[in-house]
Design a binder for this molecule. Structure first.
Ligand SMILES: C[S@@+](CC[C@H](N)C(=O)[O-])C[C@H]1O[C@@H](n2cnc3c(N)ncnc32)[C@H](O)[C@@H]1O
Length: 339
């Protein structure tokens, strides 16, 4: 069983050893995974021009811009894949210039920082609240609020450190994001997290850190957490990734970081399962079962699809799920998850 945590997450800064103060200086944006291998860093100069007023004139306008940002992420991913499969110099030049154009457009929109602020606006109570409000009653139903120790929950893609504020006495939340919007949110890539002790850290880590609070990833081994998580929340994060294989990697990673019997909370825009050529509820269930998850509950609203899974341990199955056309009629999107 994981230890009970009392310490709140500390920020990850680039200095070696423990971080004890919050760095309020503007941080360079972390690289964003938007395809299987490449990372891109959005132009920070353009970001400094971001004003809240640019979020959108109305909720409809903000949603339209968020959707456009998603489209740009997907275009970027596609171009990077094309680049990896091309050797002709003139084609490479053409692809590079398209990549630069897409990157520029993302930066002009305000990059990841703008996207996060706009998404946070989408979480406002008037617009339906954040998705933890669906998860919390499910955790109550499972009796997890009655345990002696607080429930250790990793919230990936956390836009606010206050999402589980009311449940603080029984949920110990560890919020992370590629681009931390608050000092209380770790700036970390979910895919870089490992569970292990300091002794198992990367050899490059030579500091003599005697802090044994394993909730605090220290720097140089910033991705190391001392014990697995009992709940992982991937709310509107998997669809943020442009590459279908990398989406599968996110689900695999969740399986690696969960305790036996741990819970995975997955939220996707409903259109990803209700209106895709390549994915529906049945296929998602088959993918999840193949990874060792059993579905406990699902709930669809007009906009969102919520799923709660229990991890039953690594599955014996070595089945793979490639991109497979399920629905050929027009008007559908191309969202898929590949494992
Ligand atoms: C739509 S936003 C936030 C969603 C929020 N959880 C919600 O339910 O509204 C998606 C967030 O996921 C973050 N994200 C995407 N991939 C990530 C990764 N590999 N590690 C950590 N955060 C990630 C992005 O930086 C972005 O802030």
């Amino acid at each position: 069983m994981p230890k009970t945590r009392t310490k709140r997450p500390q920020p990850v800064t680039s200095t070696k050893g423990r971080s004890t103060t919050y760095d309020k200086r503007p941080v360079a944006l972390p690289p964003i995974h938007i395809d299987g291998q490449q990372k891109v860093t959005i132009d920070t100069a353009a970001l400094s021009a971001v004003k809240l007023g640019k979020l959108g004139k109305s909720s409809v306008d903000t949603r339209r811009r968020i959707n456009h940002f998603h489209t740009l992420i997907k275009q970027y991913s596609k171009l990077e894949t094309q680049k990896q499969n091309t050797s002709a110099a003139d084609e490479l030049d053409a692809i590079d210039s398209q990549i630069a154009q897409v990157s520029r457009e993302m930066a002009e929109m305000g990059g990841l920082d703008w996207y996060q602020k706009a998404s946070l606006l989408g979480q406002c109570k008037q617009r339906g609240g954040d998705t933890s409000r669906w998860l919390v009653p499910r955790l109550h139903e499972l009796g997890l609020d009655k345990r002696e120790k607080r429930l250790r929950l990793l919230e990936v893609g956390a836009l606010s450190s206050r999402n589980y504020e009311k449940e603080h006495h029984w949920i110990d939340v560890v919020p992370i994001d590629l681009n931390s919007q608050e000092p209380g949110i770790y700036q970390l890539d979910f895919l870089d997290i490992k569970i292990g002790s300091a002794e198992q850290a990367e050899p490059s880590s030579t500091d003599d850190d005697d802090n044994d609070d394993d909730d605090e990833p220290d720097n140089g081994k910033a991705q190391l957490f001392g014990s697995p998580f009992e709940v992982i929340s991937l709310s509107l994060v998997v669809n943020f990734i442009g590459d279908p294989g990398r989406r599968g990697d996110m689900l695999r990673q969740a399986a690696k970081l969960l305790t036996p019997d741990g819970l995975l909370f997955l939220v996707l825009p409903r259109s990803c399962v209700a209106n895709s050529r390549y994915l529906d509820d049945e296929r998602l269930l088959a993918i999840m079962e193949c990874l060792g998850f059993a579905q406990l509950q699902s709930h669809h609203t007009a906009k969102l699809a919520h799923y709660l899974y229990r991890f039953n341990g690594p599955s014996e199955s070595n089945e793979s799920f490639k991109k497979k056309l399920l629905y050929s009629e027009g008007g559908r999107n191309n969202f898929s998850i590949v494992i």
